[in-house]
Design a binder for this molecule. Sequence first.
Ligand code: SF4
Length: 347
Amino acid sequence: MNSIKENAAVADESKFEYERILTGDRPTGPLHLGHYVGSLKNRVRLQDKYETFILIADIQALTTNFEHPERLKENIFLVALDYLACGINPNLSTIIIQSMIPEIAELTAFFSMLVSVNPLRHNPTIKTEAKERGYKELTYGFLGYPVSQTADIAIFKADLIPVGIDQLPHIELARKIVRKFNELYNCNLMKPFALIDKFSKLVGLDGNLKMSKSYGNAINLSDNFDLIKTKIRSALTDENRIHPADKGNPEICTIYSYHRAFSNENLIRETEYDCKNGKIGCVKCKENLFKIIKELLEPMNERRSYYLNNKDEVWDILFTGTKKAGLIASDTLREAKESMKISYSFS
Ligand code: SF4
């Protein structure tokens, strides 16, 4: 953890003041509990402290889903609905649709001149993601998505980026690109810092290291309670435990890792003790977890129902946020082009 803290790209809230957060998601489908633990919960907390911009990155979604652009509109709506259900407050957070800010694409083009291909190829996050997706050949768009992420950050003048530790190489690259741009053209674009979130990952129901829609091992925030109960019942536990009186090992159990993410300290301690000493069966342990998750999701479902009955309000929130962010984007692009001495126009 020390080496993370000492990394120049990592924010130190005890020493410096930051103003604007940028965070976001690719709209590839409904969000799940992994998203909640990894980022949404944190965003709800952070929106009270910092000006928060949340980008629904529909263009970036095409880097892995380019065959189905027709699904984007529905997915943008579903992601926005998940945000609002979780407690993202549109009065505190600005939600933005990426493709409606053309300035991002223009800044991406400028930034792409400053990055050679090899560091992108060797970027550990890109390599891991390509491997997970089974990509043998990388498209230009996929390989270059950290460059477009840099443009996302710079265009909105964001100085704080909440990320999991695996995303740190992207922030380091973003800082390098912005620094190079600033030095080369005597510009003053904002260099971002990473705000590392310690609960960055939730394992999948199958025990896979990552909960993911594409692995089919996720509990979606929008799943109904019957489905959630069924999913929890099917989750991988300590396979060596046959009878409730068998002594178990919670450290290798998916359900225990969920208890650690969602339950209170007493229940976590009790679960660990009872499992290790054969005092609780997995069925009961899963029921306990279901109750906790139900309590978490109930208020979210209330907000979700409200917005489902008022869909226009959701689009209104998206368009208002995008319009507000668009003003900052055009300002940044003007500054960038002026510094490059290419701010000519027809007039
Ligand atoms: S009792 Fe709970 S923690 Fe232990 S193996 Fe079963 S489900 Fe996992």
